[in-house]
Design a protein. Sequence first.
Length: 302
Amino acid sequence: MTVAQLDSLITLLTSRPAPETPDVGQSRARYEKLAVVLGGAPDAKCEKVDAGGVPAEWVAAPGVDAERAVLYLHGGGYAIGSINTHRRMAYDISSACSARVLLIDYRLAPEHPFPTPTDDSLAAFRYIRDNAGQFGADPTRLAVGGDSAGGNISAVVCQACQQAGEPMPAFQMLIYPATDARRLTESRRLFAEGYFLTQELMDWFWKAYAPAGADLTDLRLSPLLAKDVRGLPPAFVLTAGYDPLRDEGRAYADRLIDADVKTTYVNYPGTIHGFFSLTRFLQQGLKANDEAAAVLAAHFGT
């Protein structure tokens, strides 16, 4: 993608209501429409299910292995996003790794602030894991993944299961995850303006999700701060070159690697936060989808 094309795409993405707009419903509706424009609607087999009280939908490309499953947690700053905004991505992942993908509609902030989105996601994972036979899935081949806020929650689900002594996900797919709520990293400083995910927008998301007084060292907000990450599931961690979250994603990958967790880390230079979803406009988005799915497929085995 040329600089001019990137500038045009950023202009399209940033033509949205200002972050201070009190009507989050307007922002959610716009994201729903934008997701279809930028990602496209898939011709997928979809099945609505109840994941232990959390609305969910299985998305499956033709001919996938039904026993392989990925619980995918959508991004959107914990305040926007839904099954609808990520159905295309789920289909692409399903097709590339021959697995069914389960999307869930965890409850959103500010109506349901921290830790509700994390609690819903953990409850959904436990329900699918413990009732895998009901869904035709193999609990030992149940992975978890997500982008941005969903990447954060995916890491948290793995840590929470480990801390509770429960069976963990088989794999974690972390797409530009938020991993440290405390500090201003160099990438947050460098890309605070002009690269789609601005500091102003992040502040709005955090204010909605973790109101004043929240303990930012809580591992459900900052999984990077875990004292020990040994024994966590194998991971794929992806970051974008012009993303404010780049450095904390890399830092989490480094911690996993240093702890001998089998980890594939990939950075896509010249891309912005959200590019993983922009498969109709960015070749890098398609390539990243394929690369993430290929690592997961290799872990599942042929």
